[in-house]
Each structure stands twice: as structure tokens, then as C-alpha cells.
Write a protein that binds this ligand. Structure first.
Ligand SMILES: Cc1cc2nc3c(=O)[nH]c(=O)nc-3n(C[C@H](O)[C@H](O)[C@H](O)COP(=O)(O)OP(=O)(O)OC[C@H]3O[C@@H](n4cnc5c(N)ncnc54)[C@H](O)[C@@H]3O)c2cc1C
Length: 599
């Protein structure tokens, strides 16, 4: 194994332009005892307070969800990342991710929890003044008050800054009168506090306000009848001359859109990470069902077609888990660097997340896609019972779907993440030409290292980066500043970027594990990595082909670039069947997801 390198300063999106060493990334096996204890307490909480009553929750039983939220607050789960001086536990960003991961398996409660602790609380934590923080954060952290976030309107969803809700300053200049209609508001039915985005008079940009329910002038429609997460409260909210004291403006006038974007950045990385335990639960249940269910005189788990699904569930979950905690720790490290540079705590935290906005979008898109794929496979493993409300897969399948829509749709996030990479290239933060020259000359980058026994996989990831940057370069040459109009190309590039980041995260995690305890004990992780990479390369190859076909009309040029693409995506594993069966056999033997992190 190569000599461990000092941790370089990691730049958001920088993974595409560098070859980090495994010592530079955090892996979830490195969570400390305190973090593991928090994970265990959260799991105990949901085992006791949520799982036994999921049907009652989904029936929207009056008062039930807020009472579970209050209990979560008593345990400290609503204030994990809120500083202790405001009644929270003052833990790191990555610990917040860990709690979001564990809560993930609870469907409706996941949404209620995420809306309260994320988009409902964070605007005050990051943008509130001291008085606002002192007044509201202890109540939100304890669960005494529940929060919601009101951005979306009937005519403004993805285009959030087009919102029409109005705020007019009163004649005595003591309060604003808010009028407007918000839509799809999670937790609205029981919230005590509303973060509301409105335009003051004829402003171009939104301003954010903290509105207490007791201010009055708030009415609501009935609960929405939804496809999934049926137990989460989702309502339209109307503000009718709601009188908001001027001191309840958050931050400054017209800073609301920036707040909304930055808070959604945090929300979306937690949402992406907040699928992991759901994926594990589906894998657990599918394995158990496959072991129990007999057809043709055999457990269906003995069939290759079922093993293939189980191993895919494990390898995809391993992928999103590896990527999420790598990014979460990069954010924490960035926050520390910024604090050392003299930034205030709030500024450091915000800038830390902002730096990794590309990774946040990657994790949101990939996490939600993976959850949906795994839920779909779960339904299939259950066969007819997968379609029945008597078994758990129907709910898992319905509940998964929303993750691709809220916190910025996956299309918007895919487009955004590529645009952010292109902006960083335009600003000179990353030099595309240098990188391509380096790739073309094949010189060994100083960050390269001996990755045995995964050298072939390490090379495959380097080739994926090269392929991705080749397409980015071609797109920039073809469309220049009009690249934003070529969404079909951007979406395909995003697929390559996402798969590269996740595949590399699995590889580096496994190399670290091998380094810690030897290849023999990391055999499962080696298999998970190889299977992940095999699929990542195939997906990237397809996306690369599509992108090129969208860009190039001329046969000769297309042929020549497709040939390069073929070479760069030539990775194969000698026997994917063997790989897949090894992983599935481990699951079948253990009757569950193949490894445990926080027992
Ligand atoms: C259950 C649920 C809970 C929610 N909770 C909240 C909440 O608590 N607070 C809140 O404020 N909002 C909430 N939302 C709203 C959610 O964030 C929006 O639904 C989401 O942002 C999409 O907006 P939209 O529904 O208006 O879809 P649209 O913006 O109309 O999008 C429709 C389709 O067009 C695509 N599209 C739109 N613009 C572009 C573009 N420029 N380029 C390419 N494709 C584009 C989208 O990707 C999507 O596929 C919730 C929604 C649901 C369903």
C-alpha cells in the first residue's frame, strides 16, 4: 500500500480533478463511541415509538405525529446540530447526517423530522440574530414547538423566486402584513412556527420571515391526499393579513432567496443520506422473505435472479453510505478550516456546506434514485405480496417516491451540479485543459498510489474521470456559454459525475478498511466495491454515449469519440455472477443486510 498522504484541502467538486488517497476520506466505520451511541439511541427510539404504530401514523391520527416529535425532542434528537447554548447537543454536521440516516426508515416520520430539524429550524440557526435564536431555538430543539417551511406556491415550485406572497410594511412601521398562498407545506397541520418567504412590496427577491402561529391570520386547506408518506402532514397554507413584527424578518430584506437556496443545500444532503437505513431495512426484509418463501420446493433466495436483486441492494446501499459520510466529513473539515481563518461559527457552517454544494446535489439525487430502485426490487422479491398492503414493501415503494421530487427535483439538482462544475472551471478554480493534458500524457499524478488489491478498479475510476471531463470539454467546445440550454447533455454528464463520485467513495472506503484490517477480513467490501464499480461504469458509458449522440451530428467524429469512450469504460470484472452470489450468500446466511455498523 502506498505511503499515506497528508490530507489535502478538499475543494467541492475537486474529486473530478484529483485522485485522493484513502487516508483523506472519512468512512462510517470511524464514527466515535459518542456518535455510535447517538445512532443506537435513535434506532431504539424509532423501534419503540415509530415502527409499532406506522398504520396509525399513516392514518393521520389526530395529535399522533406531534406527540412523537415531542418525544424525539425530549431525547435530544431534534437538536443534534443546534449549539448547547440554545438547548441542542452541539454535535457535528456528520453526526446530523448519521441521525438523518437512522431516521430514514420511518417514511412519514422521516419527512416530519426532516422538515422540522432541517428546513424548519436551520434558517433561524444560520440566519437568525441572537434574539431570534434565543427565543426560538430552545423551543424547536426541545420539541415544544414544531416548525415548517413555506416556500412553494401553486405557481412557483422549482422557480421558487417567482413566489407571489406579499409583505407590506404597516404605516407605523412596526410590522409587516403578509398575504399569500403556500402549497405542499410539510408539518403545516401541527406547526407552531412557520418560516415564510415573501416579497416585500415590489421587490425582485424574496425576504424570509419567522411567523408564529399565534400571530393569527393563518388558515389551511385539508390534508393533501398523497401517493406516499401518508402520515406526514402536508397542507396548503394561506396568510391573510398576518401581522408579523418587523423584528421577525430573518437576515435582511431580499436575502430570502439566498437563505432558501442555502438551507435547501443542507436539507438535500441530509435527504440523500436519509435514505440509507430505509435501504437497509428493505434489504433486511427482502432477504428474510426470500429465505422464508418457497417455490419449486426451494427458498426463492436460492435463485440467481433473487440473489442478483439482494446483492444490488447491498452494493447500492454501500455506495450511497460511503459517499454521504465522505461528503459530510469534508463539510465538517471545511468548517474547521474556516473557523481557524476567523469566520464566525454561522458563517463557517454555511460556507462549509456551500463549498460542497456539488456533493450535496450528488447525494440528494443518488440517494433518492437508489432508494427508489431498491424499493422497486423489494416489491419484486415479494412477488404478489409486494403489491399487498399486508406486507411492508407497498408502503416502502410509495414512501420512496417523494424523495426524487422535494428539496429541489432531481432534474433541477442534476442540472445545477453540472452547472456548478462548469462555473468553477470558468472561474479557474479547476483547470480542465491541464487535467485533460495530464490524462492524455498518462503521467502519474502526484496523488496516485498503489491501490492493490483494487488497482484495476482504481484505474477504472481514473478512466471514468477522464471520460467525464472529455464530455464536459466537448460540451463546452460545442455550446460555449449556451451550454445551459442543453439540458439533455447536462443530465447525462450529471450521471457520469454522480457515478464517479460514488464509485470512488466505495473504493477509497474499502482500501481504508483493507489498510486497517487486511484484505481477507474486507472480502465482503471488496465484492461490494467491485459490483458497484461494474454498474457505475456501465451506467456512465451509456450516459457518455447519450451525451455524445446529443452533441455530435457528424458520423466520423462521433465514431472516434465513441471509440475513446469505449476504451475509458472498458472495466469489467471476471465474473459478476460470482461477485453477486458471494454478496447475496452472505446476506442469505445472516438473514439480513450483510454488515452492521452501529450495534
Ligand atoms: C409531499 C411534499 C412535501 C413538500 N414539502 C414542502 C415543504 O415543506 N415546503 C415547501 O416549500 N415545499 C414543499 N414541497 C414542494 C416541493 O419542494 C416542490 O413540489 C418541488 O420543488 C417541485 O416543484 P413543483 O411541484 O412546482 O414542480 P415544477 O417546478 O412544476 O416541476 C415539474 C417538473 O418540471 C421539471 N422542471 C421544472 N423546472 C425545470 C427546469 N428549469 N429545467 C428542467 N426541468 C424543470 C421538474 O424537475 C419536474 O419534473 C413539498 C412537495 C411535496 C409533494
Amino acid at each position: 500500500m502506498g505511503k499515506a498522504l497528508e490530507k489535502n484541502i478538499v475543494k467541492g467538486g475537486g474529486f473530478l480533478f484529483n485522485h485522493p488517497h484513502f487516508t483523506e476520506i472519512f468512512i462510517p466505520e470511524e464514527f466515535n463511541d459518542e456518535q455510535k451511541m447517538m445512532a443506537k439511541a435513535t434506532q431504539d427510539f424509532i423501534d419503540k415509538e415509530v415502527f409499532p404504530i406506522v398504520n396509525r401514523i399513516d392514518a393521520l391520527e389526530e395529535g399522533l405525529m406531534p406527540s412523537i416529535m415531542s418525544k424525539a425532542g425530549e431525547l435530544g434528537l431534534l437538536g443534534v446540530c443546534i449549539p448547547e447554548k440554545y438547548g441542542g447537543l452541539g454535535m457535528s454536521f456528520n453526526t446530523g447526517m448519521l441521525i438523518a440516516d437512522i431516521v430514514a426508515s420511518t417514511g412519514s416520520f422521516t419527512t416530519a423530522f426532516g422538515a422540522h430539524t432541517g428546513i424548519g429550524t436551520l434558517p433561524i440557526l444560520y440566519y437568525g440574530d441572537n434574539t431570534q435564536k434565543e427565543k426560538y431555538l430552545p423551543r424547536l430543539s426541545s420539541g415544544e414547538w414544531k416548525a415548517c417551511y413555506c416556500l412553494t406556491e401553486p405557481d412557483s415550485g422549482s422557480d421558487a423566486n417567482a413566489a407571489k406572497t406579499k409583505a407590506i410594511l404597516s404605516e407605523d412601521q412596526q410590522h409587516y402584513l403578509i398575504n399569500g398562498q403556500k402549497m405542499w407545506i410539510s408539518n403545516a397541520g401541527f406547526a407552531d412556527l412557520f418560516i415564510v418567504f415573501a416579497k416585500i412590496e415590489n421587490d425582485k427577491n424574496l425576504t424570509a420571515f419567522i411567523i408564529e402561529k399565534s400571530f393569527g391570520g393563518i388558515t389551511m386547506n385539508e390534508e393533501e391526499r398523497k401517493m406516499g408518506i401518508k402520515g406526514s402532514s402536508t397542507r396548503q397554507v394561506f396568510f391573510n393579513d398576518t401581522k408579523v413584527p418587523v423584528e421577525n424578518m430573518l437576515s435582511s430584506r431580499q436575502n430570502g432567496f439566498k437563505i432558501a437556496v442555502n438551507i435547501l443545500n443542507i436539507g438535500r444532503i441530509k435527504l440523500g443520506c436519509g435514505v440509507i437505513n430505509a435501504c437497509k431495512q428493505i434489504a433486511n426484509q427482502s432477504t428474510q422473505y426470500a429465505n422464508d418463501r418457497k417455490q419449486f420446493g426451494l427458498s426463492i433466495s436460492s435463485f440467481g435472479a433473487i440473489k442478483q436483486k439482494l446483492s444490488q441492494m447491498a452494493s447500492k446501499t454501500f455506495g450511497i453510505e460511503s459517499a454521504s459520510y465522505r461528503a459530510g466529513q469534508d463539510i465538517d473539515d471545511q468548517v474547521h478550516i474556516l473557523l481557524e481563518q476567523g469566520y464566525s461559527e454561522d458563517e463557517a457552517k454555511l460556507k462549509g456546506v456551500e463549498e460542497f454544494a456539488i456533493e450535496a446535489a450528488i447525494i440528494k439525487v443518488h440517494g433518492s434514485d437508489v432508494l427508489n430502485e431498491i424499493a422497486d426490487q423489494g416489491v419484486q422479491v415479494y412477488g404478489g405480496m409486494g403489491f399487498s398492503e399486508e406486507a411492508p414493501m407497498a408502503r416502502a415503494y410509495r414512501d420512496a417516491r417523494i424523495a426524487k421530487i422535494y428539496e429541489g427535483t432531481n432534474e433541477i439538482n442534476r442540472i445545477l451540479l453540472v452547472e456548478m462544475i462548469i462555473k468553477k472551471i470558468a472561474k479557474g478554480i479547476f483547470n480542465l485543459n491541464d487535467e485533460l493534458d495530464f490524462f492524455n500524457t498518462g503521467m502519474i499524478h502526484e496523488g496516485s498510489f498503489d491501490a492493490a488489491p483494487l488497482s484495476k478498479e482504481y484505474k477504472a475510476i481514473k478512466d471514468l474521470k477522464k471520460a467525464t471531463l472529455m464530455i464536459v470539454s466537448k460540451a463546452l467546445n460545442s455550446f460555449g456559454t449556451k451550454i445551459n440550454e442543453e439540458q439533455e447533455v447536462l443530465i447525462n454528464i450529471s450521471e457520469m459525475v454522480i457515478e464517479t463520485y460514488v464509485a470512488e467513495s466505495t473504493l477509497l472506503r474499502t482500501l481504508k478498511l483493507i489498510n486497517q484490517s487486511g484484505a481477507a477480513s474486507a472480502e465482503l467490501f471488496i465484492n461490494l466495491t467491485k459490483l458497484y464499480l461494474y454498474n457505475a461504469v456501465r451506467k456512465s458509458k451509456n450516459a457518455g454515449y447519450e451525451a455524445l449522440a446529443c452533441m455530435i451530428d457528424e458520423d466520423k467524429e462521433l465514431d472516434s469519440l465513441l471509440t475513446v469512450m469505449n476504451k475509458l469504460t472498458a472495466y469489467h470484472h471476471e465474473s459478476t455472477t460470482k461477485l453477486s452470489r458471494n454478496i447475496a450468500d452472505e446476506m442469505i446466511l445472516q438473514n439480513k443486510f450483510p454488515y452492521t455498523l452501529y450495534s
